[in-house]
Design a binder for this molecule. Structure first.
Ligand SMILES: [Zn+2]
Ligand SMILES: [Zn+2]
Ligand SMILES: [Zn+2]
Length: 342
């Protein structure tokens, strides 16, 4: 059965299955798909989407890949920047992060309602800091006399679920910083276009689909479901880089990106995921049995490469015999192109 891990073998589903829910929706539930936030947040122990947790005791981020030394990306960077200290000591210490903290809410509260703006200076938002500095009295009295302001709403980046930090840009803190560095390289860039295409802030425990066309969201999810039910693991960091690329290219259909140039920095795993998602989109729910008497056998449906086209045999009776023989000998070929040399 060498090389036959693929379409012929669907992994049996474990646990109680409610027959009223179709297998795809069942899978979405188990993979913790959040349709409101457009996020896939599987548990680390999910069969095909799970991960090995970072070796640092107080860190629960994923340690992806063999070369990670059991550390997540952030902890690995820290370990190197500290001169690779003894892991028995390093792994027991609380993790340090380079990324900035999420801002806290402004202190101003009245009748149990807190100010919706982020704190900037000494626990107060910008307008409230200005109000306190204008007042002549005690700071605490001045704060007590202030009214909470409404929130600035969500960050304008389509893929972001944080709240806006500043009233001018209406971006979260992380995206404000990214936008400033972006405009240094590309002065005069359009903020709205950037907000549609920019990546989320994430640490690969979840995949954020915000900003993708709804059809593409569905195609990607169904493709990952299809990989899962065939027993293929999907690394969330690879999947996220694929989703980020689909967002930045503003694709409306996975089939439309077939001949598009792919990012040069993609790892092999991301290419593999894209290929299998494209195949699922193209061939949908087909199984080898559906193609038993078809003229063309796309290898991918059989867990193979290449394509076998029986129309190359002009006489129908010879075509039938050849096809029957091929069906009985599927496992002889890993590349369906070679099977054309009957
Ligand atoms: Zn870590
Ligand atoms: Zn405030
Ligand atoms: Zn943001």
């Amino acid at each position: 059965m060498k090389g036959i891990r693929g379409a012929l073998a669907l992994v049996p589903t474990e646990g109680e299955i409610d027959p009223a829910i179709n297998p795809f929706d069942q899978w979405l539930l188990a993979a913790r798909w959040d349709a409101d936030r457009l996020e896939l947040r599987p548990s680390p122990i999910h069969d095909t989407l799970g991960w090995k947790v970072c070796a640092v005791d107080a860190c629960d981020r994923p340690a992806w890949g063999q070369k990670s030394s059991g550390l997540c990306k952030g902890c690995k960077t820290q370990w190197h920047s500290q001169g690779q200290p003894d892991r028995a000591v390093f792994d027991r210490q609380p993790p340090k992060r380079n990324c900035m903290k999420q801002p806290t809410a402004c202190l101003v509260t009245r009748n149990g309602v807190r100010c919706g703006r982020s704190a900037r200076t000494k626990g107060l938002c910008g307008p409230h800091t200005a109000a306190v500095s204008r007042s002549a009295g005690e700071r605490d009295d001045a704060i007590a006399g202030l009214s909470p302001l409404p929130s600035l709403g969500p960050c304008r980046v389509a893929a972001c679920d944080r709240v806006a930090y500043g009233p001018n840009l209406r971006l979260c803190r992380a995206h404000s910083t990214r936008w400033y560095s972006f405009t240094k390289v590309k002065p005069g860039a359009d903020l709205d276009t950037w907000c549609q295409r920019e990546n989320q802030v994430s640490d690969s425990r979840r995949v954020c689909f915000g900003g993708l066309h709804p059809r593409v969201v569905r195609q990607v999810l169904f493709g990952v479901f299809d990989r899962s039910r065939r027993g293929s693991r999907t690394r969330l960091d690879y999947l996220q880089s694929l989703v980020d690329w689909l967002r930045s290219s503003q694709a409306t259909d996975l089939r439309s990106v077939r001949d598009t140039e792919l990012p040069g920095n993609w790892l092999r795993g991301t290419h593999q995921i894209l290929n299998s998602l494209m195949a699922t989109t193209e061939y949908g729910n087909l199984t080898p049995e559906d193609l038993h008497h078809a003229d063309v056998w796309p290898g991918v449906v059989f867990g193979k490469t290449g394509v076998t086209d029986f129309r190359e045999i002009s006489q129908w009776w010879l075509r039938d015999i050849t096809q029957a023989w091929c069906w009985d000998n599927l496992n002889r070929f890993n590349n369906f192109r070679t099977s054309a040399a009957w």
